[in-house]
Every structure is written in structure tokens, then in C-alpha cells.
Ligand binder design. Sequence first.
Ligand code: UDP
Length: 484
Amino acid sequence: MSMASESDSPNFILVPLMSPGHIIPMIQLAKLVAKRGVHVSIVVTHLDASRFSSTIAASGLPIRLLKVRFPCDEAGLPPGCESADLLPSFTLLPNFLNATKLLQKPVEAVLQRLSPPPTCILSDKNLMWTVQTCDALKIPRLVFDGMSCFTQLVTHHLYTSKIYQTPDPTQLFHVPNFPDKIEFSRSQLPALFNPGPSDDKGHRERVRETELLSYGMVVNTFHELEHRYIDEFRKLGRGRIWCIGPLSLSLSLCNEEDHDDAVSDHDCLKWLDDKKPGSVVYACLGSLSRLSAAQFAELALGLEDSGREFLLVLKENPEMERWISGDGIEERVKGRGFLLRGWAPQMAILGHPAVGAFLTHCGWNSTLEGISAGVPMVTWPIFAEQFMNEKVVVEVHEIGVSVGARRVVHLGEEEEEKVEDMVRREGIREAVERVMDERVEGSERRKRARELGERARRSVKEGGSSYQNITTLIQDITDFIYKN
Ligand code: UDP
């Protein structure tokens, strides 16, 4: 069947979870789909509307924001806590998830009035109520999962084999039936297998079961990065799979992310302008991680000891600030080290020629952004599935070196971490030295990173695998409408 005409083209409804790592790729996806002439509407809270409406407006694309009130009061959250990164404490995560459940009725009310009517919902996996919404509207639910197919496959084999249920949480085991020999301990696994004291394991299991009720899954990855795992994942028969990433790279190639003057004027980019190509280590641990002051000190001192130039991002934390001024590191490294407080323009930084390596917590978005930039990585997984992403970087593609983190530190447990489990400055210094090294090992790793970045670029360009998969996604949904 041929594509529908403009007036009856599909209307994709995107329902992201309210957290930067979830909403950013959804907005990127919205732009890419809208560029193909599809109607797109995104459900957002008032806060996310104010955070993201300028990037949407700058794109000039007709993306509709469906604004809903986030029920902070009803869920026992302080006013304004409309996004996971704004929670004063992660002990409030259950309240936050409850608030997202309360969104079902208001969202359904908005969707019922929508014109053209919704043709599918692309839902964050955590928003399970969208299954009922789709049933009521008789439209397919697609899951936007935000993880890799490697992680999906490891998760499946762990879940079915139960091999992770070892008496000792630090005992290593191989993932059974997996295409590669991959080793983990339970203490490195996400909460589904390794729940923290305040974790709702039932929630994780229900999310997994709900994924099976969906029409298919849209994955922010690309064929050339993990085709063996994609193929194996498909064989599990869990619905259709469209691999359409790296989303951030697709947009930066069409200059979609470059219009923001506040970004190009950022002090850190001016600072990078004076540095030699490939000389700076960019260190950022994502939007949610909150290191303890003691752990932050190890990071900052490890970077200092490496002797390399560095750009280190830190999120608001009075104790960290006390340590910084007490230690005097900021003065000591002046000119060589830049401490960036707050939100970093990560895509612009990674695209700057002065950046020679990315020290990352291995969130999947950051991992893909590092791969897309073609830079080698220093890996420091902290929570969720980040130890799995580290394997993709360090073992599968050999484009990174680990700082040696041994166990997950769940969100909210940062202050309880035992001293012996902390990542030490020596581990950070050594990993940075190996990644920045100009001899054979470092040069070959850099070359592999550059080549993988090239493959990522090709996949999102017209005719590339991810480009084609977006076409197939739109076509599949269009066909679905006509058949039903
Ligand atoms: N990010 C950013 N500036 C920051 C921190 C994060 O631009 O200071 C972006 C980053 O580029 C990525 C997202 O926020 O797109 C973080 O997602 P990821 O999956 O890497 O980690 P999470 O924050 O969910 O742990």
C-alpha cells in the first residue's frame, strides 16, 4: 500500500516519562517523524513544555505539545517536582511513578478530542496505562524503551535462566545462550534482578510483562552497532522491532540542534576553542546521578592526577562545593580543568574538535552520543542497565576503558556506598591515561571509535539502515490503519 496523503497521514502520539534521559530522545524522534510529513503530538507537563518548546519551535516542525498538569500534590511530591531530575531525594521515586499513573485520565481526555485522531501511541515502557488507552482507542501501542538490543537480550536470558540468583551477589557468571561470552555479577545488574532497599521490583516485572502486550518496540540503536543482538532479539518473537538511532546524530546531521544561541555562546565551548584537537577529557555522569562529595572528590582528583586537560560537569550539591573550596582544586587546575556547574550542552561539547575522550556513566543516550562523536570513552557505570552498556563499549567494540566500578549504586543510595566499593582516583587516572595515550593501544582504540562513529553516521543518512527503518515504521503504522 502506498503512503497516505498529507491530510490522512498518521498521527503519532508520543508519551514520554518525565525525565531528561527519556524525554530528550522522544523529542528527537518526534522531529524525525514530523520531518517525514507525519502528524506528531507529544504529551508534556507544563515544566517540560517550558524546557523543550524552544528546541521544538526552532525546528520549525509542526509538532503539537499536549500539555497536562503533573499531579504533584495528589502524589505527595513537593510543588514543581515534575521531572525525575528535580526530585529533592530519590526516596520520592515511588511517589513520582504514582504521579505518572494519575496522568492516564487527563491524557485520555485530551486524546479523545484530538484531530486528526491518534493512530498509534509511542509510549515510554514505564507508562503501562497506555495499554488500556490504546485498547480503548483501538490503536497500536509501540514501546519506546530507551535501551539497547544487547540489554534486551541479556535481560531476557537472565530472566529466563535465573542464573543471577547466586548466594553471593559479587559472584561472576556468564550469561547463558548469549552470542558472546559476557560476564556479570548480580551486584552489577539493574533493579529487576538486583533491587535496592526502596525498589519496587513488582513495578519492573509489570513493565516487562506489559512490553509483551505491545505491537512492537522502537529502539534507539543502529544495525551496524549490534546486528547480532538485534537478530537474536527478533527471534524471541516479542513483536516488531524498529532500530532507528542514534536519534541525536540524525538531528545534528540535519543541523536541527544547532540553532540554539544559548548553546553556542556557552562559556565551556569558548574554553574548548582554545584547546588543541583531541586534547580534552569531557566528564559528565548524566542528568540523574548524584555522587556523594567523597566520590566526587575521587573523580576530580583522578582527572587532576591524569595530567590531562578536562571539562567536568557537576550538578548542584552544597557538600561538593564545600569540598571544592576546601581542597582548592579549582585554583590548582585553572586553565587546565573547567568545572561546569549545571546543565552541559553535551551534544555540542562532544562535537567539538578539542574533545578527545568522554568519561561517561554509560546511560544509553550518552553512550550513543559518545559513539556518534567517534571518541573513545572512559566508562563508569553507576545504576540501571549501565553495566550492560559498558560491555558494549569496552568488550564488544573495544572503544573504551573501564574505571573499574564494581557494583550498581542505586539512585538515592549514594551516601550509603561503602568506602571499599567506591571508584578510586587511581582507577580514573589509569583509565584516562590509557584512553588518551598516543601509543599503539590508544591510537588503535581511537581509530575504532572513529570508524564506529562513521558507521553511525552512515546509518542515519538517507539510504542508511536507521533512515530506512523510520520509513518502515511509518509505513507499518499506515498499513495498520488501513487494514483495521
Ligand atoms: N545531558 C546533557 N547535559 C547534562 C546532562 C545530561 O545534555 O548536563 C543529556 C545527555 O546528552 C543525554 C541525556 O541528558 O542525552 C542523559 O541521558 P542518559 O541516558 O545518558 O542518562 P540519564 O541522565 O538518563 O542517566
